[in-house]
Write a protein that binds this ligand. Sequence first.
Ligand code: GDP
Length: 522
Amino acid sequence: MNPSESRRTFAIISHPDAGKTTLTEKLLLAGGAIHLAGEVRARGNNRRARSDWMKIEQQRGISVTSSVMTFERPSSTGETLTFNLLDTPGHEDFSEDTYRTLTAVDSAVMVIDAAKGIEAQTRKLFEVCRLRSVPIATFINKVDREGLDPFVLLDEVADKLALDVTPMNWPIGMGGIYEGLFDFRRNTLSRPDKTDEHLTGLDDPRLETLVSPEGAARLREEAELALGGYGGFDLAAYRHGDQTPVFFGSALREYGVDALIGAIGDYAPPPRQQPAIPRPITPDEGNVSGFIFKVQANMNPQHRDRIAFLRVCSGKFRRGMKLKQVQTGKTIAINSPIFFFAQDRELAETALPGDIIGIPNHGVLRVGDTLTEGEAITFTGIPNFAPEILRRIRLLDPTKTKQLRTALVDMAEEGVTQLFKPLVGSQWIVGVVGQLQLEVLISRLQAEYNVAAEFEPAPFETARWLSADDPADLKAFMEGRGGAMAEDRDGAPVFLARDAWEVNYVAERAPKVRFSATRERA
Ligand code: GDP
């Protein structure tokens, strides 16, 4: 196998409480990963690994463990596959962080609670995956409890998400009458005591001896309907994001988890070609390239270090490599990268396409940055979103202006908030996509910068990035509108508007100016 094909880099998307955390733990257990649910256990005499983790995680209090979880499993043909599971923040609020994490994966697993069906957050996250044609496998969780009828669940996924569905296994009852799962792919029956029985097919007479006669009859009837009613699994349609294979199971009881991970290994795409300017980058290119999709601050207020998360897109990264930050032209020696390999072996010194490495830095690396061995390419599709909430910040202690500014710039660099500097007046405006980001901002100002502040409404509600083919058009537009013009943290011009209606009104009257709701770092 081509080394770049050995990676499965994926995320789990779900509504809170559907079972993402439980499934994550079971996947890690199944793969024998050494750090579980945020706990780090450096094993044996792997002193290097231990000291890296200890130094970064414990002395400095950065919690990076759960951001990227790596485990290995053999594929069905016996080759070793490395799974990189990227954590998406689990709160209700949609955040840019979540979006950007999804830019770094090649596929996703959507977890649905069998009693609830598709919920709001699942849907939003699904839309993000669809935007990028990220293939999705579905895990319908909690079959050990009473749930909705399997057909209702499948139809709901199909209707609400406009996606073709294909059941990969089938539950024999749910809740109190649950008797097991039948795997269509392997013709195996997995019973609650976790013994797997291989059958010749659904009509195998042994079925009656393994489950109750009612269970066997129910399975045959439902399976026939299901197999006839939904198309069979189509690898190309799945990889294209048009069809989702659906697995029933229970994360808590470990039903169906093995089938799910097996299918990700066999079917989920290895690292794909990544869109970039001026040309796309394929994983088997020799030179290293990657992009930063997330920056995480130190949780210890005594230190200002950040960890930038790099998704490797091509080449073979080695510790100590010097990479160029294309956006600034600076060369950065990456001497102490964090590798997320969880296996009980020497600390890895290399990372392949699909892998994630953490790069400690002091705020130099930013979300959206491209790193290469020198070539001037820029990965695309890692945008900032137009904020939906704009606020001014009022200091409770006016002598802290300088600290406030530093803090706002820091947090804008991390991607926690966006920062707009009005061309007229001195009060900066912060923008966020979700309410939760505002709460995070205020509590971090206090905890890390010792700045007590509160929000004030800004006279604006939304923002658009501006551009024009002819700079003179842009200049003419801006001249009449001092009060509503601002710069973002990169100095790009931004129009602040009272509402979406005003954006439309103004945009219609300025046809030579483009108003954009997203911006990528150039
Ligand atoms: P998350 O918010 O999506 O990460 O969900 P959790 O993994 O924290 O699970 C939410 C709750 O559902 C917890 O109380 C879990 O124990 C429970 N849970 C998760 N999976 C299952 C399952 O398969 N069956 C049952 N009965 N409960 C489950």
